[in-house]
Design a protein around this ligand. Sequence first.
Ligand SMILES: Nc1ncnc2c1ncn2[C@@H]1O[C@H](COP(=O)(O)OP(=O)(O)OP(=O)(O)O)[C@@H](O)[C@H]1O
Ligand SMILES: [Mg+2]
Length: 271
Amino acid sequence: MKVSVCGKGGSGKSTVVVLLAHELHQRGWRVLVADSDESNACLHWMLGFENPPRPLLELVGGKKNVQREMRSGFDWGEDKPEMSVLASPQVRAADLPQEYVSERDGLRLVAVGKIHQALEGCACPMGVLSREFLKKLRLEATEAAVVDMEAGIEHFGRGVETSVDAVVGVVEPSLESVLLTERVRQVALGSGAKFAGAILNKVASKDLATGLADQLKARQIPVLGTVHHHDEIVRSCLAGNVLDSTTAQKEMSSILDALLAGEPTLARVDM
Ligand SMILES: Nc1ncnc2c1ncn2[C@@H]1O[C@H](COP(=O)(O)OP(=O)(O)OP(=O)(O)O)[C@@H](O)[C@H]1O
Ligand SMILES: [Mg+2]
C-alpha cells in the first residue's frame, strides 16, 4: 500500500505522516516513510532518527543527472553505475545502499533530496525522482509506504501520485486549507489516484470541528477522521523531539481503520 499525504503548507502533513507510520508499524506493517518534500528539515527527528538518510538525489548523481534523464526519457543509463538501482524495473527498500535508508525495528525512512542553496534551480528533478522511485518501489502485502508530500499541488503536475494507491488530504480549520483539499481531491482523481479522504487536523474546539466539517460537507469531501490540537505535538515539534502524543496516536488508530476499510464519511465530527 502506497499512501501520499498532501495538503496546504503547515496543515500538518508531516505530523500525520509520522502518526500514520507509527500506527501502521505498531500493527505489524513494515513501513517506509518517503520524504518527498524538498524543504522539510525535521521529519527524521519527528520519527525518532538522529540523522536523516542520504538523499536519493545523491544516489543518482545529483540534479543535473536527473535533468539529463528527463531529456533522454529515463533509461537511467545503464552505463552510469550510480543509477543502477533505479535502472531495474522494480526497487525494494532493501536494494538501496544502507546509507540511503534510516531504519529502526522495521520503520524506515528515505529522502528524495533538499534545496540547499539560493539560485540552485527549481525542484522539478526532485519531483521527477520521487515519481520514478515510487513507480518502481515494490512492496510486499504487509508493507506500506507513506509519502510526505511538499505543500500544495504542484507535485500532481509532475505525476508523483501516478503510482500511489491512496491520496490523503490533511486539512486544518481554514477555508484556504479546505479549498486546497478540494483541489487535491480533483487532481488526485485526475491523475488516476484514489482520494481516500480528508484528515481534519489541529482542531481545537467543538465549534471549529463543526465549522470545518460543514465546509467539507458542502464540497462533498469525505472525511477519515480527526486529529485534534495537542500541545504535546507543538512541544515536540519545537524541541525537535520524536513525536509523542498518546491521544493523537489513538485518534490516528481510528483514522487508519477508516482508511483500511475504505470508508470515509461525509463530515463526521467527534470532539
Ligand atoms: N494536531 C496538532 N496539534 C497541534 N499542533 C500541530 C498539530 N499538527 C501539527 N501541528 C503543528 O503545526 C506545525 C506544522 O505541522 P507540520 O510540520 O506537520 O505541517 P506540514 O504540513 O508538514 O508543514 P510543511 O508544509 O511546512 O511541510 C508543527 O510545528 C506543529 O507544531
Ligand atoms: Mg512537512
